[in-house]
Design a protein around this ligand. Sequence first.
Ligand code: TYC
Length: 120
Amino acid sequence: MATKTPEKPPTPLVRPTDPDDGGAVVMERRTQKVKPPQMYQVVMLNDDYTPMEFVVVVIQEFFNKDLETATQIMLKIHLDGKAVCGVYSKDVAATKVDQVLEAANKAGHPLKCLSEPVEL
Ligand code: TYC
């Protein structure tokens, strides 16, 4: 039978009390190791064929924007070539991209979008 070598016990967060310190508890300062997760932005791209109304509906439906905000984002894409529709965790952003591409395919429009890591 295979035997595992015993692992080293974890370093205590609080040092054992010194018999001479009168029972004082010394907290160690630890550097923060937990980083917030990388977020992803869903970027929608302009094209010459997808109707503006369709893009507005897609932005409302999949990115939970009201009509006015969705219209502003659509116009930014139309004028600048692209715009961010929302920022999400990696999995959620990938799902949004799939949803948009599927809706566009079904409707026969060449609308494209992608997700990319948000620069810090
Ligand atoms: N440029 C398109 C048009 O003139 C409209 C459009 C806007 C298309 C945004 C795609 O992501 C897009 N009909």
